[in-house]
Design a protein around this ligand. Structure first.
Ligand code: NBX
Length: 837
């Protein structure tokens, strides 16, 4: 592996305390000290993991000083703070990223190798915190990176799942899941803050009572109480002194043992309480885009939301701010509806616990929250069965009824006589079984509602949230997603980053628009040559990785065509693999066909209960297997399924990719963020007019993007007319389906893929057949374009040069300007003198 960013190791401020200095010598010393004093090992006995831990602690010491300085600056200034509420933070490994942001990657690498250790091996020791499913969780991680880089006071609030997203293994072509034990060897990046633990109530019932002033009030008598304990992880800005906080809650029992039960001899009863409490933060639900209506999930959501709001109130107390100013101190962003219960919880805390009048509490609540929607799929909109909701949150149900009554009164006056509209807008769905609609709660309780790409935000207004748009058009806006170039370029693709910095200087990492300066280099033959060499070197690295993982050889000279993302029918991995089968069929039918060699790389997890997604994985692996064994297509066609796609594997694959598959049915992918990571790293996109693809195409130019398929409007029309997949059957597609159904890829088992092929033939809800021909033709254009090496390289450079918009820094600047109104607060590094007690 190359080292990230050789050319630009310029730590911002050298700190003169020898214990935490950023120099190589000080670092070596700290590393050896940590090995001894933290790990309790001496070199002869230390494992690679001990070395990793020692290294991580040595880096952490250097973070803490920034962290303290940041806390001091924020406290002193009483800064307005963004609280990003998210059930998921898909952080990926911290070590490399922290070294990049500190500006000491190269020094540390040298220090470690001078000590006779292999730096890359140590980096690989880190079990990545996979506390998220996919795009939504990774977006939260990119956002907190950007907030720290832009010096925005912010806190990420979420759950410290003991088990993150499952580890995927492919066994006989099928996905199997293994528990993700990421905390097994400890986590050097977090700091436990037991002194800030809070109690969270659950279940039980409500009752009326009269307070000392004889006012009739409501009391929530909980069925159980858990304690939320915060674990803090510092989040560094890039080359500045800011270290913000990611605060994740672990659930614990109020006391280790219920001694009264214990003393009665009911040992089991006593531990049960403890065990139950801890299940709350035990495991991440592995479903993306599909709700599962489980009590535990609602409890998890409420648990972290209540703990976080209470924590924010504690901060206000410490800073001696009255609760009437809650919305001035904090801007809370709701990452989808998972934390939407916060609207009712803030009302409860203000009205019940702090005896604030309803109107004032409601005003504060609406000024505090803003809601981001991430999906247009109806099955992903969270609705809780009323009875389940009541059993977990009886008081909140009452509050939601009250919010609803007042809300519907407003609607009644605005839309006189429109009963149907009232029913559609209500926070309670009353068609059949009754449900609490979390998206409605989020819309009513927020001052701003946004989608995550232009098209998505438009479709929200026209479709999913239309009634809310008609009611409050001023609340709606768009914030197109972005990704952090620090992790996704500097850290993942050091070769390319160095070349770019050599050409245009290194300020692009803080201001990605500067990549534009690369445009003239697209005309420079020598530069193109180097650009190509780098892509090839990245492909060679990736091929070695595939060899190690999958045991197969892939040719770095072939076109690397990549689709990595969660497996879902709307993302249409099956469209891709059907096309691969069509290519295979062509090669077998005409062995001498002129054919651009390609390697198709797939990766992604399926929700464990999503059978169709798992069947798609099996089909991909089955095709991979047949193709690999068939000498007739050897050297021309390869298919690889990369196991356990996660952040670390993403960091390997984006730099090596040449073609990025973004082929969702138009109107289904809210934005996509992988599409941006590919484009920045110089891959060209084959994609539909969906999500942020549209904006990528607009930025990079239609001539540098391979477009195919129906538009969202055409998809809607096609469905409106009554879509019949068979009408789109072509001779080639027929061959493909027959080949699958013949058992060719399943050792003669003609049944294995029937659910998949029948689904396509008779329903095809995501219009795979309707787009197949357009996709195949477009892929032919890709193959032709790839042969013109210089032209392809020019397009690749322009993709990178024009990807500035897709930095999450741009996105965060927009959130700050339009939603949060949170000014930046630069941090001065404190010296030991400043912090003397
Ligand atoms: O959020 C994703 C969208 O599908 C992407 O288009 C978008 O780019 C990304 C960031 O805005 N949504 C997503 O990842 N959802 C989930 O992971 C999810 C997790 C749990 C759940 C529902 C959705 N209950």
């Amino acid at each position: 592996m190359a080292t990230p960013m050789k050319s630009m190791e310029t730590p911002t401020e050298l700190y003169d305390d020898e214990r935490t200095a950023l120099t190589k010598e000080a670092f070596k010393r700290a590393f050896l000290d940590n090995l001894l004093y933290v790990q309790g090992k001496f070199p002869a006995l230390a494992s690679q993991n001990d070395y990793y831990q020692a290294l991580a602690y040595a880096v952490r010491d250097r973070l803490l000083q920034r962290w303290i300085s940041t806390a001091a600056a924020y406290t002193k200034q009483g800064s307005r703070t963004v609280a990003y509420f998210s059930a998921e933070f898909l952080m990926g490994p911290h070590l490399g990223n922290n070294l990049i942001n500190l500006g000491i990657y190269e020094q540390v690498r040298e220090a470690i190798s001078e000590l006779g250790l292999d730096f890359d091996t140590l980096l690989r020791q880190e079990d990545e915190p996979g506390l998220g499913n996919g795009g939504l969780g990774r977006l939260a991680a990119c956002f907190i990176d950007s907030m720290a880089t832009l010096e925005i006071p912010s806190l990420g609030y979420g759950i410290r799942y003991e088990f993150g997203i499952f580890h995927q293994e492919i066994v006989d072509g099928w996905q199997t899941e293994r528990t993700d034990k990421w905390l097994r060897f400890g986590n050097p990046w977090e700091i436990l803050r037991p002194e800030w633990a809070v109690e969270v109530k659950l279940g039980g019932h409500t009752e009326q009572y009269r307070d000392e002033q004889e006012r009739l009030r409501i009391r929530w008598v909980p069925g159980k109480v858990v304690v939320g304990v915060p674990y803090d992880t510092p989040i560094l800005g890039f080359r500045n002194n800011t270290a913000n906080t990611l605060r994740l809650w672990k659930a614990e029992a109020p006391e280790s043992f219920d001694f009264s039960t214990f003393n009665r001899g009911d040992y089991g009863g006593a531990v049960r309480q403890k065990v139950w409490s801890e299940t709350l933060s035990k495991v991440l639900y592995p479903n993306d885009e599909q709700i599962q209506g489980k009590t535990l999930r609602l409890e998890q959501q409420y648990f972290f939301v209540s703990a976080s709001l209470q924590d924010m109130m504690r901060i206000m107390r410490v800073q001696k701010l009255p609760l009437e100013r809650f919305h001035e101190k904090f801007a809370v962003q709701l990452n989808d509806t998972h934390p939407a219960i916060a609207v009712a919880e803030l009302m409860r805390l203000l009205v019940d616990d702090h005896v604030m009048p309803w109107e004032q509490a409601w005003d504060i609540t609406c000024k505090t929250f803003a809601y981001t929607n991430h999906t247009l799929l109806p099955e992903a909109l969270e609705c809780w069965p009323l009875e389940l909701f009541k059993s977990v949150l009886p008081r909140h149900l009452d509050l939601i009824y009250e919010i609803n009554v007042r809300f519907l009164d407003e609607v009644r006056i605005r839309f006189y006589g429109d009963e149907a509209r009232l029913a559609r807008l209500s926070l309670i769905d009353e068609h059949g079984e009754r449900y609490v609609r979390m998206a409605h709660l989020a819309c009513v309780g927020s001052h701003t509602i946004n989608g995550v790409a232009e098209l998505h935000s438009e479709l929200l207004k026209q479709d999913v949230l239309r009634d809310f748009y008609e009611l409050w058009p001023h609340k709606f806006g768009n914030k197109t997603n972005g990704v952090t170039p620090r992790r996704w370029m500097a850290l993942s693709n050091p070769r390319l980053s160095d070349l770019i910095s050599e050409a245009i200087g290194d300020s692009w990492l803080k201001n990605l628009d500067e990549l534009q300066k690369l445009e003239p280099f697209a005309q420079d033959a020598a530069f193109r040559q180097r650009w190509r060499e780098i892509k090839l070197a990245n492909k060679v690295d990736f091929a070695a990785f595939v060899k190690e993982r999958n045991g197969i050889n892939i040719d770095p000279a072939s076109l690397f065509d990549v689709q990595v993302k969660r497996i879902h029918e709307y993302k249409r991995q099956h469209l891709n693999i059907l096309h691969v089968i069509a290519l295979y069929h062509r090669l077998r039918s005409d062995p001498n066909a002129d054919f651009q060699p390609r390697t198709f790389i797939f990766g992604g997890k399926a929700a464990p209960a999503y059978h169709m997604a798992k069947l798609i994985i099996k089909l991909i692996n089955s095709v991979a297997d047949v193709v690999d064994r068939d000498p007739a297509v050897k050297d021309r066609l390869k298919v690889v399924f990369l196991q356990n796609f996660n952040v670390s594997n993403g960091q390997r694959v984006y730099p090596a990719a040449e073609l990025s598959e973004q082929i969702s049915t138009a109107g289904k992918e809210a934005s996509g963020t992988g599409n941006m990571k590919f484009s920045m790293n110089g891959a060209l996109t084959i994609g539909t007019m969906d999500g942020a693809n549209i904006e990528i195409r607009q930025e990079v130019g239609a001539e540098n993007f391979f477009l195919f398929g129906l538009t969202a409007e055409q998809v809607a029309q096609t469905k409106g007319r009554g879509y019949r997949p068979l009408e789109h059957m072509t001779a080639e597609l027929q061959e493909v389906i027959s080949l699958i159904n013949s058992g060719f890829f399943s050792r003669g088992d003609v049944q294995m893929f029937r659910a998949l092929t029948d689904g396509l033939l008779w329903h095809d809800p995501y219009l795979v057949f309707a787009d197949f021909e357009s996709y195949s033709e477009c892929q032919l254009q890709v193959s032709q374009a790839y042969r013109d090496v210089d032209h392809w390289t020019r397009m690749s450079i322009l993709n990178s040069a024009r990807s500035g918009k897709f930095s999450s820094d741009r996105t965060i600047r927009e959130y700050c300007a339009d939603i949060w109104r949170a000014p930046s607060v630069p941090v001065r590094l404190l010296s030991q003198e400043d912090v003397k007690v």
